[in-house]
Design a protein around this ligand. Structure first.
Ligand SMILES: [Zn+2]
Ligand SMILES: [Zn+2]
Length: 239
């Protein structure tokens, strides 16, 4: 009886069907995406642009977009391209409350770190914060669920309350590129600068599009004395 109840409850949290195509999937590990749909996700492979992490096409160290932009972070990376299956998965995770998809995203990020970064290069991991209103509306910060698991896995300190996003401003994805920079200007605040002083930070984001939000976070973190800010996002928007 108890076992049946537990099975029913666990099926609610970790459904046995692929989020994208509906085929049966093994709930252990509870990824919620079948192997075939995972293959549809387009990973971002090296060589990476030294600034924003896009795959480079030529011999230049920076991509064409970064020739005219400067960011406050030292480097940024994204695991996959924000299109097709990856876009559907992020939408389901953020807007349809499919929280269990975090397991799939965590695994993707861990694989990226193992392949392209070194966990020993970071002292603190933190998520891009949401403002309080939006966070309570959604019930969770999608980046924080991932950053806390990454920090735990590598036994690196995790910071959630120290970089905060001030109330107000519009949703970045609803704005034109030009307005996005202004919309995030001074949107973040560090409560205790000591915590980040001389530290090497890994900032976890969900989607990198213009890079302005991550850059504004980095500017704020650097003002608080952070030695280095590296950004790692789940996906890179095609802009
Ligand atoms: Zn599938
Ligand atoms: Zn670039």
């Amino acid at each position: 009886m108890l076992n049946t109840l537990l099975e029913t409850l666990s099926a609610l949290v970790f459904p046995a069907e692929c989020e994208i195509c509906g085929v049966a999937v093994d709930p252990h590990p509870p990824l919620g995406v079948c192997q075939k749909c995972q293959w549809e996700v387009k990973l971002i492979l090296p060589p990476h642009c030294v600034s924003c992490g896009r795959t480079l096409m030529g011999n230049m160290p920076k991509c064409a977009e970064c020739q005219t932009e400067s960011f406050a972070f030292d480097r940024a990376f994204a695991c996959a391209v924000y299109e097709g299956t990856m876009r559907q998965l992020i939408h389901a995770y953020k807007f349809q409350n499919r929280k269990y998809l975090k397991h799939y995203f965590i695994r993707m990020m861990l694989a990226f770190i193992h392949s392209h970064l070194a966990a020993s290069d970071f002292d603190i991991i933190l998520p891009v914060p949401m403002d309080r209103g939006r966070r309570s509306e959604r019930g969770f910060n999608q980046s924080e669920l991932i950053s806390s698991a990454i920090a735990k896995y590598f036994k690196i300190s995790h910071s959630v309350e120290n970089l905060v996003r001030l109330q107000g401003g519009q949703i970045q994805s609803q704005l034109e590129k030009k307005q996005r920079k202004l919309n995030v200007k001074n949107a973040f605040l560090v409560r205790k600068a000591d915590t980040f002083h001389s530290r090497r930070l890994l900032l976890i984001d969900d989607i990198l599009t213009t890079g302005y939000t991550a850059s504004e976070c980095a500017r704020c973190l650097k003002k608080s004395g952070a030695a280095r800010v590296t950004v790692l996002a789940l996906a890179r928007g095609v802009n």
